[in-house]
Design a protein around this ligand. Structure first.
Ligand code: KQY
Length: 364
């Protein structure tokens, strides 16, 4: 069993590496929930397969799957993709997987945060989340990595971005939300982030994207390309409900220095046109009283910065939107040393997230 540590990564000289640093591999989960995913989750499963196969061209991929789907999923993937039996309530490995930290000697450990399905009984997305809560420990056990217990603090991986050099970006809308760590003040939240991720400077954006069901995860708004360089969601349309909040985020990011004192270089990537759940899509989603309402016409967040950086590659969303090609060209320019692969992820966006949200990197 992975050892549980009562110290903190900062005390032990561990830090969360940037996503662009070398990976041991990528963790994902298999989607099956019929109140998140339409048509028995089959179209979403196809999209998850496309994402996993794209990543597996660059680095090892492990997919956690329920016992009942194990045989099927094993048959879907080539042997280079590892399939392990692992229960979960849904398939958002970014948010329910461990946050890996690393020291200068190359030892890797994991942080086990608390999780309440994006808000618990106060606006959370489903109930229960008991199996999600065990995923971090299971992954760390499987990998024989020591575990920092920080379950007293609710944090989703999609709510933070780090540059691996002491800088973290997050949103007030999510991290200071009463439905995450009620009663905890900004200074206390910052203290946890300092201790468990070993960061020096926290950059607070006010809000995430409108229609993001997670209460404003920062991974729909921005992404570190490398230390000192950030890509962010953008719209030129003053009528867009995203316009003001993205302008405000731009002001903060472009006017801020990072932990090393660098002025951030910020690249704007235009978001797709507004997206809504169609009547046909909504009719094929099961209803559940405690779950997020995915009715006809519900708008959902979509952005190109919810991409995933892997060894030598970047896997990014497309939506069949007029902005797909420009976003691809921009990312190719921002990552000249990596191959950029685009996967149509509308089916994943319908469930409330995208490629970054369904993946979790384990550093080398
Ligand atoms: O990391 C993310 N932004 C996660 C999205 C979770 C959506 C749950 N339906």
């Amino acid at each position: 069993m992975a050892e549980t540590l009562l110290s903190t990564p900062r005390q032990d000289g561990f830090r969360m590496p940037g996503e662009f640093e070398p990976h041991q591999g990528t963790w994902m989960l298999w989607p099956v929930r019929t109140d998140t995913w339409r048509l028995g989750a089959k179209p979403a499963q196809d999209a998850f397969v496309a994402v996993a196969l794209a990543i597996s061209e660059f680095e090892p991929v492990t997919i956690g799957v329920s016992a009942i789907q194990y045989e099927h999923v094993r048959s879907v993937f080539p042997s280079r993709v590892r399939i392990v039996e692992m229960s979960s309530n849904d398939a958002w490995m970014r948010d329910i997987g461990p946050t890996f930290v690393k020291n200068d000697e190359g030892e890797v450990r994991g942080v086990d945060w608390g999780f309440n399905a994006w808000g618990g009984l106060n606006g959370g997305l489903y109930f229960p989340w008991d199996q999600d809560l065990l995923v971090k420990q299971k992954v760390l056990d499987m990998e024989s990595k020591s575990r920092y217990d920080c379950q007293s603090f609710i944090l989703e991986g999609g709510a933070i971005l780090v540059d691996g050099e002491g800088t973290l970006i997050t949103t007030e809308q999510c991290l200071l939300n009463e439905n995450r760590n009620p009663g905890m003040r900004r200074a206390e939240v910052e203290e946890r982030l300092h201790e468990y991720l070993n960061v020096e400077k926290i950059i607070w954006l006010q809000q995430g994207l409108m229609y993001d069901e997670t209460d404003g995860h920062v991974d729909e708004v921005a992404a570190f390309i490398r230390p000192g360089v950030v890509a962010m969601s953008w719209t030129d349309d003053p009528e867009s409900p995203q316009y003001e909040r993205l302008n405000a985020a731009y002001e903060v990011l472009s006017g801020t220095t990072d932990a090393r004192g660098r002025q951030l270089e910020v690249h704007k990537i235009h978001i797709p046109d507004p997206m809504k759940i169609s009547d046909e899509e909504a009719r094929l989603i099961d209803r559940a009283r405690r779950s997020y309402n995915r009715a006809t016409g519900t708008q959902f967040a979509a952005s190109y910065v919810n991409f995933y950086i892997c060894n030598g590659g970047v896997v990014m969303p497309s939506f069949g939107d007029r902005h797909d090609a420009a976003a691809y060209e921009q990312l190719c320019g921002l990552f000249p040393e990596r191959k950029v692969v685009q996967v149509n992820t509308r089916e994943i966006a319908l469930g409330g997230g995208n490629i970054h949200c369904i993946t979790q990197q384990q550093p080398k």
